[in-house]
Design a protein around this ligand. Sequence first.
Ligand code: KIV
Length: 262
Amino acid sequence: MTLTQLRKLKREGEKITCLTAYDASFAHLLEQANIDILLVGDSLGMVIQGHDSTLPVTVDDMIYHCQQVHRGCQQALLMVDMPFMSYATPNLALKSAARLMREGQAQVVKLEGGGWLIETVQLLTERGIPVCAHLGLTPQSVHQIGGYRVQGKTERGAERIRDDAVALQTAGASLLILECVPGDLAAEISALLDIPVIGIGAGAGCDGQVLVLYDILGITSGKRPSFSKDFLQETGSIPAAIEDFVKAVKEGTFPGQEHTFK
Ligand code: KIV
């Protein structure tokens, strides 16, 4: 899978599938279900390392898990999160992203944030590093936002996300993740942008969907987010749960209204 093929899927109206992966065995299973994108998410800080946020995760942690996922990845696009503070300045971002690609074998780096990242996105993409932007709920800013809550509910908030999305595309971003925003706003942004928009808690109007693997397998410690779904409960096996997620996204039956914010 390449970024060019993902753009073609968007143009043709075929939904894009993405799940997080943190090791080679799960990467291999996800590949067998023909997943389009594997995301080595910094959610590993919570679901693998047991922290209560993604903030403690380091570039070395991300490289370690990215190397494992790469060993199980043959066809999917391999995307990795840049962890907290690893892109605080454009030059630091360049250094961290180069390590994630050279040592971790990532094909795309993902970073969280809006307008302040324009210069960074330009710098990375001009030097051949594909970037996925991430707007809406940005978990690395959890303390500033004041919790894991839906973003873009006010007119002003929605306008900021819309403007940031356009500016990040113009700066060179190849993909956008929208997390926890009202379904109507996400659908509007997906239609507005040429680049694929992948939603998580952003409704069915996005060009694709991403979820945390452990949520769809029902092994999240604590409460599963309301926008997610335990696919293992209905299918009874891990491979079947993953296949069911891929099928539901491709057929447009996930996410439903019950997984969507107003
Ligand atoms: O870290 C992660 O798993 C993510 C997804 C939730 C989009 O960024």
